[in-house]
Design a protein around this ligand. Sequence first.
Ligand SMILES: CC(C)(COP(=O)(O)OP(=O)(O)OC[C@H]1O[C@@H](n2cnc3c(N)ncnc32)[C@H](O)[C@@H]1OP(=O)(O)O)[C@@H](O)C(=O)NCCC(=O)NCCS
Length: 148
Amino acid sequence: MGEDVIQIQEVVWGSSEYVQTLALRHEILRRPLQLMFDPMVFDAERSDIHVSAKFGDWVVGCLILTRNDKRVKMRQVAVASEWQRKGVGAKMVVFVEGLAKNSGFVEMVLHARDSAVPFYLSLGYEVVGEGFEEVGIPHHAMRRTLVD
Ligand SMILES: CC(C)(COP(=O)(O)OP(=O)(O)OC[C@H]1O[C@@H](n2cnc3c(N)ncnc32)[C@H](O)[C@@H]1OP(=O)(O)O)[C@@H](O)C(=O)NCCC(=O)NCCS
Protein backbone atom coordinates (compact mmCIF):
# COMPACT_ATOMS: atom_id res chain seq x y z
CA MET A 1 0.00 0.00 0.00
CA GLY A 2 1.44 3.37 -0.95
CA GLU A 3 0.66 6.94 -1.78
CA ASP A 4 -1.59 5.90 -4.73
CA VAL A 5 -4.41 5.08 -2.25
CA ILE A 6 -4.05 8.48 -0.61
CA GLN A 7 -6.37 11.37 -1.46
CA ILE A 8 -5.18 14.94 -0.95
CA GLN A 9 -7.72 17.71 -0.49
CA GLU A 10 -8.40 21.07 1.04
CA VAL A 11 -10.02 21.03 4.48
CA VAL A 12 -12.61 23.55 5.67
CA TRP A 13 -11.50 25.35 8.83
CA GLY A 14 -13.71 24.25 11.74
CA SER A 15 -15.03 21.10 9.99
CA SER A 16 -14.86 17.64 11.56
CA GLU A 17 -11.98 16.86 9.21
CA TYR A 18 -10.15 19.95 10.47
CA VAL A 19 -10.57 18.56 14.00
CA GLN A 20 -8.94 15.33 12.81
CA THR A 21 -5.97 17.34 11.50
CA LEU A 22 -5.67 19.00 14.92
CA ALA A 23 -5.45 15.56 16.53
CA LEU A 24 -2.76 14.49 14.07
CA ARG A 25 -0.79 17.71 14.61
CA HIS A 26 -0.94 17.18 18.35
CA GLU A 27 0.19 13.55 18.09
CA ILE A 28 3.02 14.07 15.58
CA LEU A 29 4.26 17.62 16.13
CA ARG A 30 3.44 18.69 19.68
CA ARG A 31 3.14 15.69 21.99
CA PRO A 32 6.73 14.47 21.36
CA LEU A 33 7.91 17.92 22.52
CA GLN A 34 5.54 17.98 25.53
CA LEU A 35 3.78 20.96 23.98
CA MET A 36 0.08 21.60 24.59
CA PHE A 37 -2.25 23.21 22.08
CA ASP A 38 -2.76 26.91 22.52
CA PRO A 39 -6.49 27.47 21.78
CA MET A 40 -5.61 30.92 20.41
CA VAL A 41 -4.02 29.28 17.36
CA PHE A 42 -7.36 28.01 16.06
CA ASP A 43 -8.79 31.44 15.39
CA ALA A 44 -5.47 32.73 14.03
CA GLU A 45 -5.43 30.01 11.35
CA ARG A 46 -9.01 30.54 10.20
CA SER A 47 -7.86 32.30 7.01
CA ASP A 48 -5.10 29.79 6.22
CA ILE A 49 -5.35 27.03 3.63
CA HIS A 50 -5.68 23.62 5.32
CA VAL A 51 -4.89 20.41 3.47
CA SER A 52 -5.26 16.77 4.46
CA ALA A 53 -4.11 13.42 3.12
CA LYS A 54 -6.70 10.69 3.64
CA PHE A 55 -6.69 6.92 3.45
CA GLY A 56 -10.44 6.29 3.25
CA ASP A 57 -11.87 8.36 6.11
CA TRP A 58 -8.63 8.33 8.03
CA VAL A 59 -6.64 11.58 8.04
CA VAL A 60 -3.04 10.35 7.75
CA GLY A 61 -1.37 13.64 6.84
CA CYS A 62 -1.92 17.37 6.99
CA LEU A 63 -0.31 20.72 6.38
CA ILE A 64 -1.14 24.42 6.44
CA LEU A 65 -0.36 27.23 4.00
CA THR A 66 -0.21 30.81 5.28
CA ARG A 67 -0.33 33.54 2.64
CA ASN A 68 2.19 36.35 2.92
CA ASP A 69 2.03 38.75 -0.01
CA LYS A 70 3.56 36.89 -3.02
CA ARG A 71 5.00 34.15 -0.82
CA VAL A 72 3.27 31.32 0.91
CA LYS A 73 4.55 29.66 4.08
CA MET A 74 4.13 25.92 4.51
CA ARG A 75 3.84 24.80 8.13
CA GLN A 76 2.48 22.14 10.47
CA VAL A 77 3.45 19.37 8.02
CA ALA A 78 2.69 16.03 9.66
CA VAL A 79 2.25 12.42 8.55
CA ALA A 80 0.94 9.68 10.88
CA SER A 81 3.83 7.51 12.13
CA GLU A 82 2.61 4.34 10.42
CA TRP A 83 2.36 6.22 7.11
CA GLN A 84 5.75 7.92 7.12
CA ARG A 85 8.24 7.17 4.31
CA LYS A 86 5.45 6.03 1.97
CA GLY A 87 5.30 9.17 -0.17
CA VAL A 88 2.38 10.85 1.66
CA GLY A 89 4.36 13.95 2.65
CA ALA A 90 5.75 14.37 -0.86
CA LYS A 91 2.28 14.01 -2.36
CA MET A 92 0.91 16.76 -0.08
CA VAL A 93 3.78 19.12 -0.89
CA VAL A 94 3.39 18.63 -4.66
CA PHE A 95 -0.36 19.24 -4.29
CA VAL A 96 0.05 22.52 -2.39
CA GLU A 97 2.79 23.73 -4.73
CA GLY A 98 0.28 23.38 -7.59
CA LEU A 99 -2.36 25.16 -5.54
CA ALA A 100 0.02 28.01 -4.68
CA LYS A 101 1.32 28.32 -8.23
CA ASN A 102 -2.22 28.51 -9.64
CA SER A 103 -3.03 31.25 -7.13
CA GLY A 104 -0.08 33.34 -8.36
CA PHE A 105 2.35 32.84 -5.48
CA VAL A 106 6.00 33.03 -6.55
CA GLU A 107 7.76 31.31 -3.67
CA MET A 108 7.17 28.66 -1.01
CA VAL A 109 9.00 29.23 2.28
CA LEU A 110 9.14 27.21 5.50
CA HIS A 111 10.96 26.61 8.77
CA ALA A 112 12.06 22.98 8.70
CA ARG A 113 12.94 21.00 11.79
CA ASP A 114 16.48 19.78 11.13
CA SER A 115 15.21 16.18 11.13
CA ALA A 116 12.94 17.07 8.19
CA VAL A 117 15.53 18.99 6.12
CA PRO A 118 16.39 15.87 3.98
CA PHE A 119 12.69 15.51 3.16
CA TYR A 120 12.44 19.06 1.79
CA LEU A 121 15.84 18.80 0.02
CA SER A 122 14.49 15.73 -1.80
CA LEU A 123 11.61 17.91 -3.04
CA GLY A 124 13.87 20.63 -4.48
CA TYR A 125 13.92 23.03 -1.51
CA GLU A 126 17.11 24.84 -0.52
CA VAL A 127 18.36 25.92 2.89
CA VAL A 128 18.50 29.67 3.49
CA GLY A 129 20.96 31.05 6.06
CA GLU A 130 22.01 29.81 9.48
CA GLY A 131 20.03 27.49 11.72
CA PHE A 132 17.93 28.73 14.62
CA GLU A 133 15.81 27.37 17.44
CA GLU A 134 12.02 27.18 17.37
CA VAL A 135 9.77 25.27 19.82
CA GLY A 136 13.04 24.31 21.55
CA ILE A 137 14.53 22.36 18.63
CA PRO A 138 16.91 23.27 15.76
CA HIS A 139 15.40 24.50 12.51
CA HIS A 140 16.55 25.89 9.15
CA ALA A 141 14.67 28.24 6.87
CA MET A 142 14.07 26.73 3.42
CA ARG A 143 12.60 27.97 0.18
CA ARG A 144 11.60 26.91 -3.31
CA THR A 145 10.67 29.14 -6.22
CA LEU A 146 7.29 28.46 -7.82
CA VAL A 147 7.99 30.27 -11.09
CA ASP A 148 9.60 28.47 -14.02
C1 LIG B 1 8.82 14.87 7.61
C2 LIG B 1 7.54 14.20 7.10
C3 LIG B 1 6.44 15.25 6.92
C4 LIG B 1 7.86 13.56 5.73
O1 LIG B 1 6.71 12.92 5.21
P1 LIG B 1 6.79 11.41 4.68
O2 LIG B 1 5.48 11.06 4.12
O3 LIG B 1 7.33 10.56 5.78
O4 LIG B 1 7.90 11.55 3.55
P2 LIG B 1 7.91 10.88 2.09
O5 LIG B 1 7.68 9.41 2.20
O6 LIG B 1 7.00 11.63 1.20
O7 LIG B 1 9.44 11.14 1.68
C5 LIG B 1 9.81 11.63 0.42
C6 LIG B 1 11.32 11.65 0.35
O8 LIG B 1 11.85 12.55 1.34
C7 LIG B 1 13.08 12.02 1.85
N1 LIG B 1 12.89 11.75 3.30
C8 LIG B 1 11.73 11.70 3.99
N2 LIG B 1 11.96 11.47 5.30
C9 LIG B 1 13.30 11.36 5.42
C10 LIG B 1 14.16 11.12 6.53
N3 LIG B 1 13.68 10.94 7.78
N4 LIG B 1 15.51 11.06 6.31
C11 LIG B 1 16.00 11.23 5.07
N5 LIG B 1 15.22 11.47 3.97
C12 LIG B 1 13.90 11.53 4.15
C13 LIG B 1 13.38 10.75 1.08
O9 LIG B 1 14.14 11.10 -0.05
C14 LIG B 1 11.98 10.32 0.67
O10 LIG B 1 11.96 9.52 -0.47
P3 LIG B 1 12.26 7.92 -0.31
O11 LIG B 1 11.42 7.40 0.84
O12 LIG B 1 11.84 7.37 -1.65
O13 LIG B 1 13.72 7.80 -0.04
C15 LIG B 1 7.04 13.08 8.05
O14 LIG B 1 8.04 12.09 8.16
C16 LIG B 1 6.67 13.57 9.43
O15 LIG B 1 5.52 13.91 9.68
N6 LIG B 1 7.66 13.62 10.36
C17 LIG B 1 7.42 14.05 11.73
C18 LIG B 1 6.95 15.50 11.83
C19 LIG B 1 7.87 16.47 11.13
O16 LIG B 1 9.08 16.45 11.30
N7 LIG B 1 7.25 17.34 10.32
C20 LIG B 1 7.97 18.36 9.57
C21 LIG B 1 8.16 19.55 10.42
S1 LIG B 1 9.08 20.80 9.55
